[in-house]
Design a protein around this ligand. Structure first.
Ligand code: NAD
Length: 284
């Protein structure tokens, strides 16, 4: 049986410290608040928002969702991002991705002010992960992957890591953070040939494709650590990852479940970013 890598274990020490930070801010008249920009209506977004609201509520951070009307164009979403970016009562912002087709994701990401860019999506903050930076805002899911490995003492140095997915928000930054910790990294994507063969060679697999059940039995080998960042909804409305958990778990050494793995840690990393941003306003 594989060891389960659980968000509740990773988060326990972090959340206690975050509650104290939140209380200190509130005593000083600052109510730490995240503004979520939502331009689409996917059920995966619903699950992500619900998770954020639950965790933030327990820490003491407020959440406000700014939802664009269905079919809104780039200009309309940009207007919302700029308005929210200018509000003093919103300390940090999260743009839910992927955006609906046709929207200019780069322009919308770049409109988020640097000091509020909790998920490091704007052009100004993208280089952080590529420079191997460990302070300041980093893409939260990629940072969560690293936090899980660190919590369980899994050192990527010298290991073969395979990241499945090459998006700017999860796959690429996760690959860069692993590289900065001296893993030998392979990035797979929708055009990769022989995905199972490449995965079987890995010591660490990070799944971030957003394709339910993409990684099945033939992708795994004994001794592997499997980190599943995928968030998908199955036909019964149940949350699931990119990894067939039932097929991987009997083979590998350690694995994150979905839910209960990467998503939960991502949310706590995001909470930390909101508190960082709110504390900066206090100093100012
Ligand atoms: P995306 O659609 O932008 O990127 C998906 C990537 O997967 C692409 O690079 C694509 O090439 C690759 N891919 C798609 N099909 C593939 C296939 N058959 N074989 C190999 N690679 C394939 O998605 P994203 O925004 O990077 O999100 C990826 C997943 O991570 C989604 O499930 C998303 O919901 C999830 N996510 C999780 C968290 C979290 O906190 N756990 C946060 C953000 C996103």
């Amino acid at each position: 049986m594989a060891q389960l890598l659980l968000s509740k274990e990773v988060n326990a020490p972090i959340k206690a410290a975050q509650k104290e930070r939140c209380e200190r801010l509130r005593k000083n008249g600052v109510i730490p608040t995240l503004g979520i920009i939502r331009a689409g209506g996917s059920p995966e977004d619903d699950a992500y928002i619900a998770g954020i609201e639950r965790v933030f509520g327990s820490v003491g951070i407020e959440v406000t969702v700014f939802e664009s009307a269905p079919g809104a164009g780039t200009d309309e979403v940009l207007k919302t991002v700029k308005e929210v970016g200018g509000r003093k009562d919103i300390h940090a912002m999260l743009l839910l991705k992927p955006l609906p087709r046709g929207l200019d994701e780069r322009a919308i990401s770049d409109a988020i002010p640097r000091e509020k860019d909790a998920d490091a999506v704007s052009e100004l903050l993208v280089p952080a992960a590529y420079l191997g930076k460990t302070d300041g805002f980093l893409p939260c899911t990629a940072a969560a992957v690293m936090r899980i490995l660190d919590h369980y003492g899994i050192d990527p140095a010298g290991k073969r890591a395979v990241v499945v997915g090459r998006s700017m928000v999860v796959g690429k930054p996760a690959a860069m953070l692993l590289l900065s910790r001296n893993a030998t990294v392979t990035i797979c994507h929708s055009k990769t040939q022989n995905l199972p063969g490449i995965c079987r060679e890995a010591d660490i697999i990070v799944a971030a494709a957003g394709v339910r059940g993409l990684l099945g039995r033939d992708c795994f080998a004994p001794g592997q650590t499997v980190i599943d960042a995928g968030i998908n909804i199955d036909e019964n409305g149940k949350l699931c990852g990119d990894v067939c958990f039932e097929e991987a778990e009997p083979i590998v050494k350690a694995i994150t479940p979905v839910p209960g793995g990467v998503g939960g840690v991502t949310t706590v990393i995001l909470a930390g970013a909101v508190l960082d941003a709110a504390e900066k306003t206090l100093k100012e």
